[in-house]
Design a protein around this ligand. Structure first.
Ligand SMILES: Cc1cc2nc3c(=O)[nH]c(=O)nc-3n(C[C@H](O)[C@H](O)[C@H](O)COP(=O)(O)OP(=O)(O)OC[C@H]3O[C@@H](n4cnc5c(N)ncnc54)[C@H](O)[C@@H]3O)c2cc1C
Length: 532
């Protein structure tokens, strides 16, 4: 059944991952009339399955991806300042050992094999130090400290490692709560006038009379609507190619390369707040990162993925590979029994014809198809780290179709809840505890890390925990879930416990099922009230 025909929007965006939501926020802030449709939850696909780093990507230097690394390095501190609740600096310990090898086909390894064949593919310490020197200085740093050398026989970060690791380098990058980043961009876009629709699938889009006619199905009600728009943005992530071929139905030589990456989460493996950057004998690297206080996050892998319709999962081979890799470093072997959760995502990389999944470019590519003044913008690749720059580049492509469009504005403008100093989290936590004395310290920290300066708005005028309503477990209350449904587009329990927070690691299956039932009933109640 097809119902209403809406007034034309300027931009219709397909995809509520970081790229779609980043573009929606930037465009809405410039005064464009924006609609965005996401067929699942915000960040349900790749943008909640990353390693969660705002980083330059040290290893991309080996592929001479200098433009990408420089842009990402410069971006880290801009982003940190705009969202100090969901992003924070991290130190990375890179243990050095003579066994370390380059991946065979990087630009640097080819150069080194020609110039210094006796190295037989080894990554010498001086080259790693040189790479870190470039990393420290390529993008400019004001907040993040530079590289240092660590004596692992004396420093506490050496305790968890095998005794053969004597020396390490330590450098800086940043953490980012990836799915909250997406949601806060969507929330900010909505506050600036964008229409954000979750569980709405774009079924077809065609040009007609100088406008796009976009057929959208509400997957909850089954109702179909047609939206009109002057320009269409395809930010479908892993589905970008599918959208070109089957939804917009145009011929295009641009293709996407789907590369799966999996992570394992174990009980906490070490007792400090630094991460490990581990180099394998196969030339790949993985990270081991302190995660959600009580856990360690280990990843990632690189494997070609055949089809976006196949949900990515961490295969037993990937699980064993990550356990084996980490066990090369840690005194205590990492085994499948240590794993409490796994997740997997698909990188939607621009297909540059690279031989291996690891070598395929991580840079983004934006392609505009003019279509006689009814343009389409296709988005390929990109990193979480470069999403804001990608959005600016997208708006530069969009601008010629909207004369008089204002210029860039997002650098230096905080995301919701992020309007406080980069080192101001402890102060906010103390203030929240003073205003709500019933909060435990971990509860207050969790709320500030999620909502920043908006945490008080989430709790409202509550004088006791009981006023916050039902307790679903792990400090999640009805008041907070109401906020997530009203302000952050959450519909189901999984949206809350895996993407608005990570309480799924602490809640039981019956608790999550009870939350889901409650949310369904609550939504029906709200819809009924709105109808009546
Ligand atoms: C394992 C892994 C680790 C990574 N680690 C990092 C990292 O540490 N740092 C970093 O900077 N980057 C990292 N990345 C890269 C980063 O995660 C991705 O580049 C980014 O999330 C891609 O976002 P996107 O918006 O393009 O895609 P997505 O997040 O996948 O969003 C696309 C959305 O489009 C929706 N959609 C598709 N078709 C339709 C339709 N017809 N109608 C409506 N909606 C539709 C989908 O449901 C999906 O939600 C990593 C990626 C992976 C896979």
């Amino acid at each position: 059944m097809t119902t209403e025909l809406h007034e034309p929007f300027d931009l219709f965006i397909i995809g509520g991952g970081i790229n779609g939501c980043g573009i929606a926020r930037d465009a809405a802030g410039r005064g464009l009339k924006v609609a965005l449709a996401e067929m699942s939850d915000l960040a349900a696909a790749t943008s909640s399955a990353s390693t969660k780093l705002f980083h330059g990507g040290l290893r991309y230097l080996e592929y001479f991806e200098v433009r990408l690394v420089r842009e990402a390095l410069m971006e880290r501190e801009t982003l940190l300042r705009a969202m100090p609740h969901i992003s924070w600096p991290l130190r990375f310990v890179l243990p050095y050992h003579a066994d370390m090898r380059f991946e065979g086909n990087t630009s640097v390894s080819r150069l080194l094999n020609t110039m210094m064949p006796w190295m037989k593919g080894r990554r010498p310490a001086w080259l790693i130090r040189l790479g870190l020197f470039v990393y420290d200085n390529l993008g400019g740093r004001q907040i993040l400290p530079g590289t240092t050398t660590v004596d692992l026989t004396r420093d506490s970060v050496g305790l968890a490692l095998k005794p053969k690791f004597l020396r390490a380098f330590e450098y800086s990058d940043c953490w980012i709560e990836d799915s909250r980043l997406v949601v806060l961009n969507a929330r900010d876009a909505a506050l600036r006038g964008a229409r954000i629709m979750v569980r709405h699938k774009v079924v077809s889009a065609q040009r007609e009379g100088g406008l796009w006619k976009v057929l959208v199905e509400d997957l909850e009600s089954g109702v179909r609507s047609t939206f009109q728009a002057r320009m269409l943005v395809n930010a479908g992530g892993p589905w970008v190619g599918d959208i070109i071929q089957n939804i917009v139905r145009i011929n295009s030589s641009d293709a996407v390369r789907l590369v799966r990456g999996s992570h394992i989460v174990t009980r906490r493996l070490f007792d400090h707040d630094k991460c490990y950057f581990l180099q394998g004998q196969d030339g790949r690297i993985i990270f081991a990162i302190p995660y959600e206080t009580d856990f360690t996050l280990i990843g990632t892998t690189d494997a070609d993925h055949p089809d976006p319709a196949i949900p990515p999962v961490c295969t037993p081979e990937e699980r064993d590979y990550l356990c084996r890799f980490a066990s090369e470093y840690f005194r205590q072997p990492v085994t499948a029994e240590d794993i409490v959760w796994t997740y997997s995502g698909v990188r939607p990389l621009y297909d540059d014809g690279a031989s291996s999944a690891t070598a395929a470019t991580r840079d983004y590519t934006l392609k505009v198809e003019d279509g006689d003044g009814t343009p389409l913008l296709n988005v390929f690749g990109g990193k979480i780290t470069t999403y804001r720059r990608l959005a600016e580049a997208a708006l530069a492509k969009i601008a010629p179709f909207f004369p008089g469009l204002p210029g860039k504005w997002t650098a230096g403008v905080a995301l919701p809840g992020g309007d406080f100093a980069v080192d101001g989290v402890d102060r906010l936590i103390a203030d929240l505890c003073a205003a709500y004395p019933f909060l435990s310290a971990p509860w207050a920290r969790r709320l500030i890390r999620a909502y920043g300066s908006e945490a008080g708005a989430v709790l409202g005028a509550a004088g006791t925990a009981a006023v916050l309503g039902l307790d679903f477990g792990a400090t999640l209350t009805a008041r907070e879930v109401d906020w997530l449904m009203a302000e952050e587009f959450a519909r189901r329990a999984a949206d809350v416990v895996w993407r608005r927070n990570k309480l799924g690691l602490r809640m039981t299956a019956p608790q999550i099922a009870a939350l889901d039932d409650w949310m369904m009933a609550r939504r029906a109640e709200v819809q009924l009230a709105a109808a009546g």
